[in-house]
Design a protein around this ligand. Structure first.
Ligand SMILES: Nc1nc2c(ncn2[C@@H]2O[C@H](COP(=O)(O)OP(=O)(O)OP(=O)(O)O)[C@@H](O)[C@H]2O)c(=O)[nH]1
Ligand SMILES: [Mg+2]
Length: 388
C-alpha cells in the first residue's frame, strides 16, 4: 500500500490539493469477513507473506536442547512421541547426539491410589527443589491416555505454581497406544530432559494398575503415597506394590488427620518389616508429610539424597540402571517381533482358519503354533529373497 499521501490521491484531484478537494482514498483493510458464513478472506499477497513453518534440523534440535531451551525441548519431545515412521529416524538421531549428556539426574517415581495427593505433592516438592536451585522435570506415565486423552492435562492446570517456575518443565503423558509405546516415549523424554540440564525427574503414575511396574522400571527411587486408615484393607494397595517402594509416605498429615497419620505411619513401618526391600542395601521406611501444608518435604528430599549416596557407593544404583536398560532393550525386541508376526500378511490371512481348526479339535494348539511359525519363517525368507 502506498504510504505517500500523493499516492492516495485519486486521479481527479488536482495536484495542488485545494480545500474543496479534501478527499483521498482510504487505506484498504488486510482481510474481510463474510458476515453470513464467518469465513475470512485474505488478499493473496498477504497469504504469501505468512512464513512457512520451517522444519527444524537434527542440529537445531540438539543445540536447542543442549542450551536448555524449553520450547525446543518440548518440540524434541513431540518428535520423539510422533508415531510417524519418518520422524522416528530423526528423533533417534537427535537422541543419539544427546546420549552423552543423559543419565546424570535423580529419577524419582511417585505412585499411589487416586486422590492420594501425588500431583499436589509434586507441585509442592517440585517448587521446593526449584527454590534450592535444581532444574526439575515432571512427567506422567498414563497407559490409558490414548483412551482418556490424558488426565494430566488437568494436572498441568492444577500444577499452576510449579508450571510458572522457570526451572521446571512439565510434560503430560504421551499417548502411545500400548503401554510399551508410552514407556518408550517416557524414557526417551526423560533422556531429553536430562540432556536439557534437568537434575531431578519426577514421574507420576496416572491411572490404576500396570503403570506402577513400568515407572519402577525407569526410575532410581520409587515412592508410594498412601493415606491414613491403612490398617486392615491396605486401601487396595497390593503387597506387590509395597515391594517396589523405596519409601512409603503417608500424605495429608495435617489438621485433624495428623494424629491418625502418625498411627498409620507406625502401621506401615511395622508392615515393611515383613516385606522384601525394593533396593539392595536400602531399608524402606514409612514417612509422613503434608503436600498441602508443605511439611515433611525437606525430610523426604534428605531421604532421597541419602538413598542416592548409599546406593551409588554400593553400586546398586548403577546396577539397577544397567538392568533397566537391558530389560528395556529386551522389551523393545519382544514388541518388535510380536508386531512383525501379527502384522505379517500371510499370518494375518492364516490366523482365522488356524484358530477355527484348533477350536474344532482338528489340530492341537502346539501343532497349530508350530505350523504358523513355519509359515512365518518361510514368508520372511521369501521376502528376504525378493529384497536381495
Ligand atoms: N488436607 C490435605 N489435602 C491434600 C493433601 N494433598 C492433596 N490433598 C488433596 O487431595 C485431593 C487429591 O489430590 P491430588 O494431588 O489430585 O491427588 P492425586 O494422587 O494426584 O490423584 P490422581 O491424579 O487422580 O490419582 C485434592 O483435593 C488435594 O487438594 C494434603 O497434604 N493435605
Ligand atoms: Mg494426579
Amino acid at each position: 500500500m502506498p504510504d505517500n499521501d500523493d499516492d492516495l490521491r485519486p486521479s481527479w484531484v488536482p495536484k495542488e490539493k485545494n480545500p474543496e478537494f479534501a478527499c483521498t482514498v482510504m487505506r484498504g483493510i488486510d482481510s474481510a469477513v463474510n458476515s453470513v458464513t464467518s469465513a475470512k478472506y485474505y488478499p493473496k499477497e498477504n497469504l504469501r507473506r505468512v512464513p512457512l513453518r520451517k522444519k527444524m534440523s537434527v542440529e537445531e534440535y540438539v543445540e536447542g536442547v543442549k542450551k536448555g531451551d524449553r520450547m525446543i525441548l518440548a518440540k524434541a519431545i513431540t518428535l520423539i512421541e510422533s508415531n510417524a515412521p519418518k520422524d522416528f529416524d530423526k528423533a533417534q538421531r537427535v537422541l543419539q547426539a544427546l546420549l552423552p549428556r543423559t543419565g546424570h539426574s535423580l529419577r524419582i517415581g511417585i505412585t499411589g491410589v487416586p486422590g492420594a495427593g501425588k500431583s499436589t505433592f509434586i507441585e509442592a516438592f517440585g517448587q521446593l527443589l526449584c527454590q534450592q536451585g535444581y532444574k526439575v522435570a515432571v512427567l506422567a506415565v498414563d497407559p490409558t491416555s490414548s483412551i482418556t486423552g490424558g488426565s494430566i492435562l488437568g494436572d498441568k492446570t492444577r500444577m499452576q505454581k510449579l508450571s510458572r517456575e522457570p526451572n521446571c518443565f512439565i510434560r503430560p503423558s504421551p499417548s502411545g497406544g500400548t503401554l510399551g509405546g508410552v514407556a518408550r516415549k517416557s524414557r526417551e523424554t526423560m533422556m531429553l530432559c536430562e540432556a536439557a540440564g534437568c537434575d531431578v525427574i519426577l514421574v507420576e503414575t496416572v491411572g490404576v494398575g500396570q503403570s506402577e511396574t513400568t515407572v519402577r522400571s525407569m526410575v532410581d527411587f520409587f515412592m508410594l503415597v498412601v493415606l491414613t486408615g491403612a490398617g486392615d484393607d491396605l486401601q487396595g494397595i497390593k503387597k506387590g506394590i509395597m515391594e517396589l517402594a523405596d519409601a512409603i509416605v503417608v500424605n495429608k498429615a495435617d489438621g485433624d488427620n495428623l494424629e491418625r497419620a502418625k498411627v498409620t505411619q507406625g502401621e506401615y513401618e511395622r508392615m515393611v518389616e515383613f516385606i522384601r526391600p525394593a533396593t539392595e542395601g536400602w531399608k524402606t521406611h514409612a514417612y509422613r508429610c503434608s503436600a498441602l501444608q508443605k511439611t515433611g518435604l525437606l525430610e523426604l528430599w534428605a531421604v532421597m539424597r541419602e538413598f542416592e549416596k548409599v546406593t551409588k557407593k554400593s553400586g546398586a544404583f548403577e546396577n539397577r540402571r544397567q538392568r533397566q536398560i537391558i530389560a528395556w532393550v529386551k522389551t523393545m525386541i519382544d514388541e518388535h517381533l510380536h508386531n512383525l508376526f501379527y502384522e505379517d500378511p500371510v499370518i494375518k490371512g492364516r490366523l482365522p482358519e488356524v484358530r477355527a481348526a484348533v477350536l474344532a479339535g482338528v489340530v492341537s494348539p502346539s501343532q497349530a503354533v508350530a505350523e504358523l511359525i513355519r509359515t512365518f519363517d518361510l514368508d520372511r525368507a521369501a521376502a528376504r529373497h525378493l529384497d536381495s
